[in-house]
Design a protein around this ligand. Structure first.
Ligand SMILES: *[C@@H]1O[C@H](CO)[C@@H](O)[C@H](O)[C@H]1NC(C)=O
Length: 346
């Protein structure tokens, strides 16, 4: 009798856990009842739509064509790389910049089969359909910076140059010495350690973990600023340099969080098909350059693993900014410095 009750309870609990862990289906853009399509979009190889937005000088007269990859929980509207740069400088540089909603964000269709490679191919197709030529630049910030590793791995022959700004790291990249990953991992607040563990080891639980109310969830998902920002970041926020973000935040996840931010966490912190530390220099004859920018007071992404990557990949131009936080590209003059380092050949 007792065994039977336990069994029934257990089945009930499992059924409940499965239901609770299963995210609602995405609210597809352009479908009946879904958000409207307002952006220009291209159709990808598998039929998915990708929404984009053009900035800077018209591409017909541009000297440099750049594809910008946006951060976590954000969209084609968040062009943080141009916050501290004047339109005149963009014009002088002859820079055309196109941003796009990554799969599942904004007005781009979800890609439940997303891999490291599929994102690089999406970027290549965007370049081709917009006729950016045989080579273009890629710049990515934060989680978008992590995506640049995928471009370096899968489409290096299409790149004129690449910049990774405060790129998110994956503590499970095998190239990191165990003591370094565990040291960097433990610098995060315990709630973030747990959220990442869930994303890595039990990905199907990621949605539930970050939407439940019993345990503290990821600081980034719950936007807990005290866990995310450094001294310099607060100064930037006080000066309202990053305002306007709120307006676009709802847009970023309008198709639901499961296929935007939570799919992204699972891909970013899952097991990768390659290790960035094994990459070869894509510009062996110096026809382009790869830059990595990081602030040594970044509270969201620890600096030590970046130093290690820079040591392992000596062809990367590593720029460490004393006092820099995670909002580094919004600091005074930084966008200009970053763009010029990438676009102007010495
Ligand atoms: C990890 O171990 C190596 C070799 O013993 C040492 O040089 C390095 O400083 C250690 N790193 C950390 C973050 O403890």
């Amino acid at each position: 009798m007792f065994k039977r009750i336990t069994f029934i309870l257990l089945v009930g609990l499992l059924a409940w856990a499965y239901q609770a862990a299963r995210p609602p289906p995405p609210n597809i853009c352009g479908s009946p009842g879904g958000p409207p399509v307002t952006a220009p979009r291209i159709r990808l190889r598998d039929g998915r739509f990708l929404a984009y937005m053009e900035h800077g000088v018209p591409k017909q007269v541009a000297k440099h064509k750049i594809i910008f990859v946006h951060p976590f929980s954000s969209s084609r509207h968040d062009l943080i790389i141009t916050i501290s740069i004047s339109p005149e400088v963009i014009e002088d540089l002859g820079a055309y910049i196109v941003s796009f909603d990554r799969p599942g964000y904004g007005e781009s269709d979800p890609d439940p089969k997303r891999t490291a490679k599929s994102l690089a191919l999406d970027i290549e197709e965007l370049g081709d359909q917009l006729e950016l030529g045989s080579k273009f630049y890629v710049i990515g910030y934060s989680m978008g910076g992590q995506c640049i590793w995928k471009c370096l791995q899968y489409i290096p022959h299409r790149l004129a140059g690449a910049a990774l700004i405060a790129p998110v790291i994956n503590y499970w990249w095998p190239g990191f010495p165990a003591n370094l990953s565990s040291y960097a991992y433990k610098k995060q607040p315990p709630q973030d350690q747990w959220a990442l563990r869930a994303a890595h080891y039990i990905p199907w639980l990621t949605y539930w973990w970050n939407t439940q109310k019993f345990f503290p969830k990821s600081s980034v998902v719950s936007e807990k600023p005290e866990n995310m920002f450094s001294r310099q970041d607060w100064e930037i926020i006080r000066n309202a340099k990053v305002s306007g973000r709120e307006k676009h935040k709802a847009y970023a996840t309008q198709q639901g969080e499961a296929e935007s931010i939570f799919r992204e966490m699972v891909v970013a912190f899952g097991s990768w098909e390659f290790d960035p530390m094994d990459l070869q220099n894509p510009f062996a004859s110096n026809e382009g350059s790869v830059h990595l920018w990081h602030g040594d007071e970044d509270k969201l992404v620890p600096v030590e693993p970046q130093r290690y990557i820079a040591e392992k990949l000596p062809w990367i131009h590593y720029h460490e900014l004393p006092g820099g936080g995670h909002l580094l590209p919004a600091a005074d003059g930084m966008s200009e410095i970053i763009l010029k380092a990438l676009l102007i050949k010495e």
